[in-house]
Ligand binder design. Sequence first.
Ligand code: BEZ
Ligand code: FE
Length: 291
Amino acid sequence: MGIVNKDNITDVVIASLGKHGEITERQREIMTSLIKHMHGFVKDVKLQHSEFLEACAYLERAGKLCNDNRQEFILLADIIGVEVLVDMMTNPVEGNASESTVLGPFYRENPPVLPKGASTILKHFENEETAYYEGYIRDQAGNGIAGVTMDVWEDAPNGVYENLDPHQPEYNLRGRFETDETGHYAFVAVRPVPYPIPEDETAGELLHFMGHHPNRPGHMHFIISKEGYRPLISQIYDADSDWLNNDSVFAVKESLIGKFKPAAKDLGTDLHFEFDFVLKENAEAQAVAAE
Ligand code: BEZ
Ligand code: FE
Protein backbone atom coordinates (compact mmCIF):
# COMPACT_ATOMS: atom_id res chain seq x y z
CA MET A 1 0.00 0.00 0.00
CA GLY A 2 1.30 3.47 -0.65
CA ILE A 3 0.35 7.08 -0.97
CA VAL A 4 -1.92 7.44 -3.97
CA ASN A 5 -2.01 9.92 -6.80
CA LYS A 6 -4.03 9.92 -9.99
CA ASP A 7 -1.32 8.03 -11.86
CA ASN A 8 -0.81 5.14 -9.43
CA ILE A 9 -4.25 4.74 -7.82
CA THR A 10 -5.41 1.97 -10.18
CA ASP A 11 -2.31 -0.14 -9.51
CA VAL A 12 -2.51 0.50 -5.76
CA VAL A 13 -6.13 -0.64 -5.55
CA ILE A 14 -5.43 -3.73 -7.68
CA ALA A 15 -2.40 -4.59 -5.52
CA SER A 16 -4.66 -4.59 -2.43
CA LEU A 17 -6.75 -7.50 -3.77
CA GLY A 18 -6.52 -10.58 -1.56
CA LYS A 19 -4.16 -8.93 0.91
CA HIS A 20 -6.49 -9.35 3.89
CA GLY A 21 -8.49 -12.45 3.01
CA GLU A 22 -8.27 -15.25 0.49
CA ILE A 23 -9.89 -14.67 -2.88
CA THR A 24 -10.27 -17.01 -5.85
CA GLU A 25 -8.56 -16.48 -9.19
CA ARG A 26 -11.96 -15.63 -10.69
CA GLN A 27 -12.61 -12.97 -8.01
CA ARG A 28 -9.16 -11.49 -8.73
CA GLU A 29 -9.81 -11.51 -12.49
CA ILE A 30 -13.22 -9.84 -12.12
CA MET A 31 -12.10 -7.18 -9.62
CA THR A 32 -8.91 -6.33 -11.51
CA SER A 33 -10.82 -5.70 -14.71
CA LEU A 34 -13.66 -3.88 -12.95
CA ILE A 35 -11.25 -1.51 -11.16
CA LYS A 36 -9.31 -0.84 -14.39
CA HIS A 37 -12.48 -0.07 -16.35
CA MET A 38 -14.14 2.01 -13.61
CA HIS A 39 -11.00 4.10 -13.06
CA GLY A 40 -10.59 4.47 -16.82
CA PHE A 41 -14.20 5.64 -17.12
CA VAL A 42 -13.87 8.19 -14.32
CA LYS A 43 -10.69 9.59 -15.93
CA ASP A 44 -12.13 9.45 -19.43
CA VAL A 45 -15.20 11.57 -18.65
CA LYS A 46 -13.49 13.52 -15.82
CA LEU A 47 -16.40 12.57 -13.58
CA GLN A 48 -17.36 15.39 -11.24
CA HIS A 49 -18.37 14.81 -7.62
CA SER A 50 -21.89 16.18 -8.18
CA GLU A 51 -22.34 13.66 -11.04
CA PHE A 52 -21.02 10.85 -8.84
CA LEU A 53 -23.61 11.73 -6.16
CA GLU A 54 -26.34 11.90 -8.82
CA ALA A 55 -25.37 8.40 -10.02
CA CYS A 56 -25.49 7.04 -6.44
CA ALA A 57 -28.95 8.54 -5.89
CA TYR A 58 -30.08 7.10 -9.24
CA LEU A 59 -28.92 3.58 -8.27
CA GLU A 60 -30.65 3.97 -4.90
CA ARG A 61 -33.94 4.80 -6.69
CA ALA A 62 -33.44 1.83 -9.04
CA GLY A 63 -32.88 -0.54 -6.10
CA LYS A 64 -36.04 0.61 -4.39
CA LEU A 65 -38.08 -0.25 -7.51
CA CYS A 66 -37.08 -3.93 -7.48
CA ASN A 67 -39.76 -6.40 -6.43
CA ASP A 68 -41.19 -9.74 -7.65
CA ASN A 69 -42.64 -8.05 -10.76
CA ARG A 70 -39.84 -5.66 -11.68
CA GLN A 71 -36.07 -6.26 -11.76
CA GLU A 72 -34.86 -2.77 -12.53
CA PHE A 73 -31.16 -3.63 -12.81
CA ILE A 74 -31.77 -6.22 -15.55
CA LEU A 75 -33.85 -3.66 -17.39
CA LEU A 76 -31.09 -1.05 -17.09
CA ALA A 77 -28.54 -3.64 -18.28
CA ASP A 78 -30.82 -4.39 -21.26
CA ILE A 79 -31.02 -0.72 -22.22
CA ILE A 80 -27.24 -0.46 -22.51
CA GLY A 81 -26.85 -3.84 -24.26
CA VAL A 82 -25.18 -5.57 -21.31
CA GLU A 83 -27.62 -8.48 -20.87
CA VAL A 84 -27.40 -9.45 -24.53
CA LEU A 85 -23.59 -9.32 -24.34
CA VAL A 86 -23.59 -11.51 -21.21
CA ASP A 87 -25.80 -13.98 -23.10
CA MET A 88 -23.33 -13.99 -26.02
CA MET A 89 -20.47 -14.76 -23.58
CA THR A 90 -22.49 -17.48 -21.82
CA ASN A 91 -23.90 -19.12 -24.96
CA PRO A 92 -21.42 -18.59 -27.81
CA VAL A 93 -22.61 -19.50 -31.29
CA GLU A 94 -21.55 -23.09 -31.96
CA GLY A 95 -21.88 -24.74 -35.37
CA ASN A 96 -25.45 -24.97 -36.56
CA ALA A 97 -27.05 -24.64 -33.10
CA SER A 98 -29.81 -22.04 -32.75
CA GLU A 99 -28.81 -18.72 -31.27
CA SER A 100 -30.08 -17.65 -27.88
CA THR A 101 -31.10 -14.20 -26.79
CA VAL A 102 -32.33 -12.40 -23.67
CA LEU A 103 -35.07 -13.86 -21.46
CA GLY A 104 -36.68 -10.51 -20.66
CA PRO A 105 -38.72 -9.81 -17.54
CA PHE A 106 -42.11 -11.23 -18.60
CA TYR A 107 -41.65 -15.02 -18.36
CA ARG A 108 -44.03 -16.83 -16.01
CA GLU A 109 -43.19 -20.28 -14.70
CA ASN A 110 -45.63 -23.17 -15.10
CA PRO A 111 -47.66 -21.97 -18.09
CA PRO A 112 -50.69 -24.07 -19.14
CA VAL A 113 -49.64 -27.45 -20.57
CA LEU A 114 -51.32 -27.76 -23.98
CA PRO A 115 -51.51 -30.51 -26.63
CA LYS A 116 -49.68 -30.11 -29.92
CA GLY A 117 -51.55 -27.74 -32.25
CA ALA A 118 -53.64 -26.10 -29.46
CA SER A 119 -54.18 -22.37 -29.15
CA THR A 120 -52.78 -20.07 -26.46
CA ILE A 121 -55.41 -17.40 -27.28
CA LEU A 122 -57.78 -16.80 -24.36
CA LYS A 123 -59.01 -13.36 -25.41
CA HIS A 124 -59.62 -11.92 -28.86
CA PHE A 125 -58.65 -8.44 -30.03
CA GLU A 126 -60.07 -6.61 -33.04
CA ASN A 127 -56.65 -6.06 -34.58
CA GLU A 128 -55.33 -9.60 -33.99
CA GLU A 129 -53.82 -11.75 -36.71
CA THR A 130 -53.88 -15.40 -35.71
CA ALA A 131 -50.92 -17.58 -36.70
CA TYR A 132 -50.10 -21.28 -36.87
CA TYR A 133 -46.54 -21.76 -35.61
CA GLU A 134 -44.75 -25.00 -36.44
CA GLY A 135 -41.38 -26.56 -37.07
CA TYR A 136 -38.87 -29.17 -35.94
CA ILE A 137 -36.51 -29.23 -33.01
CA ARG A 138 -33.40 -31.16 -34.00
CA ASP A 139 -30.01 -32.12 -32.66
CA GLN A 140 -26.87 -30.84 -34.37
CA ALA A 141 -26.77 -33.95 -36.58
CA GLY A 142 -30.24 -33.12 -37.92
CA ASN A 143 -32.31 -35.72 -36.05
CA GLY A 144 -35.69 -34.58 -34.71
CA ILE A 145 -35.83 -34.72 -30.89
CA ALA A 146 -38.98 -36.19 -29.34
CA GLY A 147 -40.42 -34.99 -26.04
CA VAL A 148 -38.82 -31.52 -26.03
CA THR A 149 -40.59 -29.03 -23.76
CA MET A 150 -41.28 -25.66 -25.32
CA ASP A 151 -42.60 -22.73 -23.27
CA VAL A 152 -43.89 -19.87 -25.41
CA TRP A 153 -45.08 -16.38 -24.46
CA GLU A 154 -45.77 -13.11 -26.26
CA ASP A 155 -47.52 -9.78 -25.90
CA ALA A 156 -51.17 -9.39 -26.90
CA PRO A 157 -52.27 -7.37 -29.96
CA ASN A 158 -52.55 -4.33 -27.64
CA GLY A 159 -48.77 -4.57 -27.02
CA VAL A 160 -49.12 -5.66 -23.37
CA TYR A 161 -48.16 -8.96 -21.71
CA GLU A 162 -51.04 -10.67 -19.90
CA ASN A 163 -49.51 -10.30 -16.41
CA LEU A 164 -49.30 -6.51 -16.80
CA ASP A 165 -52.84 -6.12 -18.16
CA PRO A 166 -55.82 -6.51 -15.77
CA HIS A 167 -58.14 -6.89 -18.81
CA GLN A 168 -56.53 -10.11 -20.08
CA PRO A 169 -57.20 -13.58 -18.63
CA GLU A 170 -54.41 -15.20 -16.62
CA TYR A 171 -51.84 -16.92 -18.88
CA ASN A 172 -53.31 -15.47 -22.09
CA LEU A 173 -50.85 -16.16 -24.96
CA ARG A 174 -48.69 -18.47 -22.86
CA GLY A 175 -48.36 -22.22 -23.14
CA ARG A 176 -46.14 -25.25 -22.70
CA PHE A 177 -45.97 -27.67 -25.64
CA GLU A 178 -44.05 -30.84 -26.41
CA THR A 179 -42.57 -32.14 -29.65
CA ASP A 180 -44.00 -35.37 -31.08
CA GLU A 181 -41.93 -38.49 -31.85
CA THR A 182 -40.48 -36.82 -34.99
CA GLY A 183 -39.42 -33.64 -33.16
CA HIS A 184 -42.29 -31.60 -34.63
CA TYR A 185 -44.01 -28.85 -32.63
CA ALA A 186 -47.11 -26.81 -33.47
CA PHE A 187 -49.36 -24.29 -31.76
CA VAL A 188 -51.72 -21.43 -32.53
CA ALA A 189 -51.12 -17.91 -31.21
CA VAL A 190 -51.19 -14.37 -32.59
CA ARG A 191 -48.68 -12.40 -34.62
CA PRO A 192 -46.68 -10.51 -31.95
CA VAL A 193 -46.75 -6.71 -32.23
CA PRO A 194 -43.99 -4.23 -31.35
CA TYR A 195 -44.23 -2.84 -27.82
CA PRO A 196 -42.30 -0.46 -25.56
CA ILE A 197 -40.28 -1.83 -22.63
CA PRO A 198 -41.16 -0.13 -19.29
CA GLU A 199 -40.21 3.52 -19.76
CA ASP A 200 -41.22 4.96 -16.43
CA GLU A 201 -38.94 5.53 -13.43
CA THR A 202 -35.19 4.88 -13.72
CA ALA A 203 -35.46 2.84 -16.96
CA GLY A 204 -37.21 5.81 -18.58
CA GLU A 205 -34.63 8.22 -17.17
CA LEU A 206 -31.84 6.15 -18.73
CA LEU A 207 -33.57 5.96 -22.13
CA HIS A 208 -34.08 9.72 -21.97
CA PHE A 209 -30.45 10.33 -20.91
CA MET A 210 -29.32 8.23 -23.91
CA GLY A 211 -31.82 9.82 -26.30
CA HIS A 212 -33.07 6.34 -27.16
CA HIS A 213 -36.57 4.94 -27.69
CA PRO A 214 -38.20 2.07 -25.71
CA ASN A 215 -39.54 -0.03 -28.62
CA ARG A 216 -38.98 -3.70 -29.37
CA PRO A 217 -39.90 -5.38 -32.68
CA GLY A 218 -42.65 -8.04 -32.67
CA HIS A 219 -41.26 -11.28 -31.23
CA MET A 220 -42.31 -14.60 -29.70
CA HIS A 221 -40.34 -15.86 -26.70
CA PHE A 222 -39.27 -19.49 -26.23
CA ILE A 223 -37.60 -21.64 -23.62
CA ILE A 224 -36.80 -25.00 -25.18
CA SER A 225 -35.55 -27.75 -22.88
CA LYS A 226 -34.87 -31.46 -22.83
CA GLU A 227 -32.59 -33.48 -20.60
CA GLY A 228 -29.20 -34.02 -22.24
CA TYR A 229 -29.36 -30.73 -24.19
CA ARG A 230 -28.50 -27.15 -23.26
CA PRO A 231 -31.72 -25.22 -22.57
CA LEU A 232 -32.32 -22.66 -25.29
CA ILE A 233 -33.74 -19.29 -24.24
CA SER A 234 -34.54 -17.40 -27.38
CA GLN A 235 -36.98 -15.33 -29.41
CA ILE A 236 -38.10 -15.35 -33.03
CA TYR A 237 -38.67 -12.06 -34.82
CA ASP A 238 -41.17 -10.98 -37.43
CA ALA A 239 -39.22 -10.03 -40.57
CA ASP A 240 -41.81 -7.36 -41.40
CA SER A 241 -41.98 -5.73 -37.97
CA ASP A 242 -41.13 -2.12 -37.19
CA TRP A 243 -38.03 -1.67 -34.99
CA LEU A 244 -36.36 -4.86 -36.30
CA ASN A 245 -33.17 -2.94 -37.04
CA ASN A 246 -33.47 -0.67 -34.03
CA ASP A 247 -34.41 -2.81 -31.01
CA SER A 248 -34.30 -0.91 -27.70
CA VAL A 249 -32.54 -3.88 -26.02
CA PHE A 250 -30.31 -4.92 -28.97
CA ALA A 251 -31.50 -8.55 -28.81
CA VAL A 252 -32.32 -9.26 -32.48
CA LYS A 253 -30.10 -11.82 -34.26
CA GLU A 254 -30.26 -12.33 -38.02
CA SER A 255 -30.72 -16.09 -37.60
CA LEU A 256 -33.83 -15.59 -35.44
CA ILE A 257 -35.82 -13.62 -38.02
CA GLY A 258 -38.65 -15.44 -39.79
CA LYS A 259 -41.50 -14.60 -42.11
CA PHE A 260 -45.25 -14.73 -41.46
CA LYS A 261 -46.95 -16.00 -44.61
CA PRO A 262 -50.66 -16.24 -45.46
CA ALA A 263 -52.00 -19.55 -44.10
CA ALA A 264 -53.57 -22.30 -46.21
CA LYS A 265 -57.33 -22.63 -45.49
CA ASP A 266 -57.05 -25.95 -43.60
CA LEU A 267 -54.84 -24.38 -40.90
CA GLY A 268 -57.73 -22.18 -39.72
CA THR A 269 -55.51 -19.14 -38.96
CA ASP A 270 -54.70 -15.92 -40.82
CA LEU A 271 -50.96 -16.59 -40.98
CA HIS A 272 -48.40 -19.40 -40.97
CA PHE A 273 -44.95 -19.19 -39.36
CA GLU A 274 -42.48 -22.03 -39.81
CA PHE A 275 -39.25 -22.11 -37.82
CA ASP A 276 -36.85 -24.93 -36.89
CA PHE A 277 -34.52 -24.98 -33.88
CA VAL A 278 -31.27 -26.89 -33.32
CA LEU A 279 -30.24 -27.76 -29.74
CA LYS A 280 -26.70 -28.30 -28.47
CA GLU A 281 -26.04 -31.45 -26.49
CA ASN A 282 -24.88 -30.41 -23.09
CA ALA A 283 -21.28 -31.13 -22.17
CA GLU A 284 -22.09 -33.48 -19.28
CA ALA A 285 -24.38 -35.59 -21.48
CA GLN A 286 -21.59 -35.84 -24.08
CA ALA A 287 -19.12 -36.92 -21.39
CA VAL A 288 -21.50 -39.63 -20.10
CA ALA A 289 -22.11 -40.90 -23.64
CA ALA A 290 -18.35 -41.12 -24.25
CA GLU A 291 -17.74 -43.26 -21.11
C1 BEZ B 1 -38.81 -8.69 -23.60
O1 BEZ B 1 -38.60 -9.04 -24.73
O2 BEZ B 1 -39.82 -9.12 -23.08
C2 BEZ B 1 -37.88 -7.72 -22.92
C3 BEZ B 1 -36.52 -7.93 -23.00
C4 BEZ B 1 -35.67 -7.04 -22.35
C5 BEZ B 1 -36.18 -5.97 -21.63
C6 BEZ B 1 -37.55 -5.77 -21.56
C7 BEZ B 1 -38.42 -6.65 -22.22
FE1 FE C 1 -40.83 -9.63 -25.05
